[in-house]
Write a protein that binds this ligand. Structure first.
Ligand code: ZN
Length: 327
């Protein structure tokens, strides 16, 4: 058994901010583990948001397949979770089954663009896997001011498009990239799509982030990607640790093949292992968190800021997920 949910705090040197919190009160016990309070504020906000825009969104979604990349459209489905409605899809003209037909992928675009405006809400403490941690952080940004939240959203949106073409159903952990919204908290990010949760059950979860590490202190350029997989956290990650390692290797290899450089400052051979991330600890399905590059590095930032660079990231993520699910 495993359980997990939500986003991750940052390492020393990162520019991400941290939060703190109120007390929630859901204490469902699953598999012997007592779960902490859910981020009810974020949930309520999304429900309200969803309600307000539901009529519009339904018509837009039906016509356009849900929110566009970088858009602010709301999304229906389980508690605001951005479940696309591509069914067993793939090209309708093909008689061969789509390679990911029937599979469900959870994509977690890190942070929310408006987190900085809701400091008290994102700083409230939530359970991160048997210990308390801030609900979320603001994320980082490039030197030009391109936010991590928007980068993560845009890469996730493109990845979703690619996966849907392969027949997968894709759930997003937030329904927009909006300066007027915040969250969800890390516990929720890591829980959406878990078995027993409302909505479809995911086969895999990939959390998309970019790092914000200052360069220069060592005289060595800090750049490149690293993929974070869950380490052993008894009662939390036991059940997903091994498949998550395979997922991490698949993603590392796909990023390698796409020409991205491995991190010069974190992890080992492009892969890091952590036990302090709520998004990983809460997940009951194979999970990794990708730090796709360092936004404080000019070279990485230029790639992230370009539409072509984001598509390259998205293709690598989609290929890795396909390889993991079909390999
Ligand atoms: Zn982040």
């Amino acid at each position: 058994m495993t359980r997990s949910r939500c986003c991750a705090p940052r390492r020393t040197g990162s520019t991400c901010a941290s939060p703190r919190s109120p007390a929630g009160s859901w204490t469902t016990t699953t598999g012997g583990r007592t779960r902490p309070p859910r981020s009810t504020a974020g949930y309520a906000r999304r429900v309200v948001h969803t309600g307000l825009v539901l009529a519009t969104v339904l018509s837009l979604a039906l016509a356009a397949g849900c929110a566009d990349e970088g858009g602010d459209a709301g999304r229906g489905s389980r508690d605001g979770c951005c479940a696309t409605s591509s069914t067993t899809g793939g090209p309708t003209s093909s008689t061969a089954p789509a390679p990911l037909a029937g599979r469900v992928v959870v994509l977690d675009p890190g942070h929310q663009l408006g987190n900085a405006r809701f400091a008290s809400r994102i700083s409230r403490r939530v359970d991160a896997g048997g210990f308390a941690k801030a609900c979320n952080t603001t994320g980082t940004a490039t030197g030009e001011g391109y936010p991590e939240a928007t980068f993560a959203w845009q890469v996730a949106a493109e990845t979703r498009r690619l996966l849907e073409r392969l027949g997968a159903r894709v759930l997003l952990t937030r329904d927009a990239d909006s300066a007027r919204a915040w969250g969800p908290c890390i516990d929720e990010r890591g829980t959406i799509g878990n078995p027993g949760e409302p909505g479809p059950t995911g086969d895999v979860r990939v959390s998309i982030h970019a790092d914000g590490v200052a360069t220069g202190s060592t005289g060595r350029r800090a750049h490149g990607f690293h993929v974070i997989r869950p380490g052993l956290r008894a009662g939390w990650t036991d059940d997903v640790r091994a498949p998550s390692e395979r997922l991490a290797v698949a993603l590392r290899d796909a990023l390698d093949a796409a020409g991205f450089a491995r991190s010069t400052y974190a992890g080992d051979e492009g892969i890091d292992v952590r036990t302090d991330l709520g998004t990983l600890n809460h997940s009951d399905i194979p999970v990794v968190m990708a730090e796709l590059g360092n936004m404080r590095d000019g070279g990485d930032a230029a790639v992230m800021e370009s539409p072509a660079g984001r598509k390259r990231y998205a293709r690598a993520v989609a290929r890795a997920i396909r390889a993991f699910l079909t390999g």
